[in-house]
Design a protein around this ligand. Structure first.
Ligand code: ZN
Length: 311
């Protein structure tokens, strides 16, 4: 099982309610993608099924959990290539919960990508939430709380999960199976913004190198060389994640925006803010309006340059 970083307070809270026999039967772990919510859910399941209720990692139950073969733990999530979690999948959960535990008196379900349940699936799950069977615990993992019906949310113990500290992000990125190379680690940590999962692509050396080049190119956005930027975009826009291209751009512009102070008029500042917002929105706009990514990004940068030069 993956090692868990951060989320100590949640583990403690869960362990305490378990020890105090006041554990809620449905926990909803929510927060940004890529911060370890799924790993946290596995740890919580470990507390539930471990022979000593500590998630020791050594006992028979913990070993089965780690191997994914514990008969009292059921996992489901979005199947690759599918749009949503469907009612058949949720029915599988409900019938699992209605059985009594094989190895323990527990039944634990880890439901990943909860926000991707379609309407029928969510309605079916609701029934299970209203009439929980004894000893069953549902651990839901969700990265977009707003997409879950209010009826589901209101029946769960809502547990926010915070992004990780930079130190933890650095450790995760170095300890993962395919670590980020040392020379790209600072870059990866700053781009991750607390979510190691967001910078998984930096394990790939050419992508990491491309992002480092991008950082140099836009370090001083007002004086950036448009020809070089255009050629970088042409080469890399198809392979480097748009979110990271935009995030890096925003990181270069924020300090400028904060530093302009009285030097800029209200109008100038407003133009700069709009240009920055367009850069941040570019990845979403490309998808929403089926824009061509390269030209749209270049347009954002030109707008940004002229807003900066006007000051
Ligand atoms: Zn154990």
């Amino acid at each position: 099982m993956n090692q868990l970083f951060g989320h100590e307070a949640t583990l403690k809270k869960f362990a305490e309610s378990l020890a105090g026999d006041s554990l809620h039967h449905a926990w909803l772990l929510y927060g940004m993608k890529g911060i370890g919510k799924r790993t946290l859910a596995e740890k919580l399941a470990g507390l539930l099924i471990c022979d000593s209720q500590t998630g020791c990692g050594e006992c028979h139950a913990c070993k089965m959990l780690a191997a994914g073969s514990h008969p009292d733990v059921f996992r489901l999530g979005l199947i690759e290539g599918k749009r949503d979690l469907n009612i058949e999948q949720v029915r599988g959960v409900l019938s699992f919960l209605s059985l009594s535990g094989a190895e323990s008196d527990r039944r634990v379900v880890i439901l990943d990508d909860a926000e991707r349940m379609n309407k029928q699936a969510a309605n079916a799950l609701l029934k299970g939430l209203e009439e929980p069977s004894a000893g069953s615990v549902l651990l839901m993992v969700c990265s977009d709380l707003e997409r879950l019906p209010a009826t589901i949310r209101s029946r769960c113990m809502l547990q926010p999960c915070a992004p990780l500290s930079d130190a933890d992000v650095g450790t995760v990125l170095q300890q993962q199976e395919n670590p980020v190379q040392a020379q790209y680690l600072d870059l990866a940590v700053s781009l991750a913004d607390g979510c190691p999962g967001a910078v998984g692509c930096l394990q790939d050396e050419p992508t990491a190198r491309a992002l480092l080049e991008w950082q140099d190119l836009i370090a001083d956005p007002a004086r950036a060389d448009v020809g070089n930027i255009e050629s970088w975009i042409r080469t890399h826009v198809k392979t480097v994640p748009h979110l990271l291209i935009a995030r890096m751009l925003a990181q270069a512009v924020y300090p400028v925006l904060q530093g302009v102070g009285d030097a800029a008029s209200f109008k100038q500042r407003e133009l700069l803010q709009k240009a920055l917002l367009d850069c941040i929105r570019w990845p979403g706009d490309v998808v929403r309006h089926s824009l061509r990514a390269g030209p749209a990004l270049l347009a954002c940068i030109l707008q940004l340059r002229s807003a900066l030069k006007a000051i």
